[in-house]
Ligand binder design. Structure first.
Ligand code: URA
Length: 285
């Protein structure tokens, strides 16, 4: 008979896997390993009596398909998620919006994340910066752009006189992401995931009411502009965010710039274009 692994053995296995680098859950949805384990474990021999069979309708042989006469799986189906657009519209301030996003069950991403990452900086800033999704550091702290890419973003903003810590709106920046939950293994969000959270992002924009949006990378740019065109073609050209009528300047994501430092020169041009617009002499979109 197979012995159930004891706690020490499980911890040793876990430590070994971590030493191999397996320190993250990377599935789309959490898997109940205990359920799988129980299914795989041979069950204790039972006496097949008439009574036992009558009391255990689930004793039908494994692998046999349910016939039309048998009742469907008795487990209750999960309640359907409220509509994201309804929830978002009902939020009348940023705190309500964050609360609604935290409890919205329409995406399984929240099941694998530690913290909702809503925003950082000054909500009255003239510039709203929209990135992709939280990474490991952001998930741990609940704040957007605090890892290496975030540190580069802070330096980029400082180069044009902006800071997420500034108290005066004209020097401040307000920072958020398309997704408020970290995707497993830091993978790029799918377009469907970005679309699912878009009603919350649109409401976020409406409530924060910035003067301009600085959109970092493919995910926010494609989602906000409803386009399939990639960031290499979109960056550096002012566009209009249709739902709000606000000007958007797409630019490279700082994580991309960390990998491709040669493109920092283009990002610098975009920063200068953003500065010029804030100073009242940028081209209108
Ligand atoms: N990348 C993002 O797009 N957002 C973050 O918050 C961190 C890294």
């Amino acid at each position: 008979m197979t012995e159930a692994p004891d706690r020490a053995a499980l911890l040793a296995t876990l430590a070994f896997q971590v030493s191999l680098g397996a320190d993250e859950a990377i599935g789309e949805t959490p898997i109940d390993r205990f359920a799988t384990l129980n299914e795989a474990r041979p069950s204790a021999p039972t006496l097949r009596t008439e009574t036992a069979d009558a009391r255990t309708p689930a004793a039908a042989p494994r692998g046999r398909h349910r016939t039309a006469a048998e009742p469907p799986d008795a487990r209750p189906s999960p309640p359907s998620a409220p509509d994201a657009a309804d929830l978002a519209t009902a939020a009348t301030n940023l705190t309500d919006l964050a609360d609604s996003m935290a409890v919205w069950t329409g995406s399984d991403l929240r099941l694998g994340a530690r913290n909702l990452v809503f925003a950082d900086g000054h909500p009255g800033a003239r510039v709203m910066i929209i990135g992709e999704a939280p990474g490991a550091e952001e998930d741990r702290t609940g704040k957007p752009f605090v890892g290496r890419a975030g540190q580069l973003l802070d330096r980029m903003l400082a180069s044009i006189g902006l800071s997420r810590r500034a108290e005066a709106p004209e020097h401040a920046a307000y920072i958020t992401n398309i997704l408020p939950w970290r995707p497993p293994g830091n993978r790029t969000p799918s377009e469907a995931e970005a679309r699912a959270f878009l009603p919350f992002v649109e409401r976020h924009i409406a409530l924060a009411a910035p003067e301009v949006i600085f959109s970092l990378g493919n995910t926010p740019t494609k989602a906000l502009m409803a386009t399939g065109t990639g960031i290499k073609r979109m960056r550096g050209t002012w566009a209009v965010h249709a739902p709000s009528g606000l000007p958007v300047l797409p630019s490279f994501h700082p994580a991309y710039l960390l990998r491709q430092p040669a493109d920092k020169a283009l990002a610098w041009r975009d920063l200068l274009a953003l500065r010029a617009r804030l100073d009242g002499h940028g081209p209108a979109p």
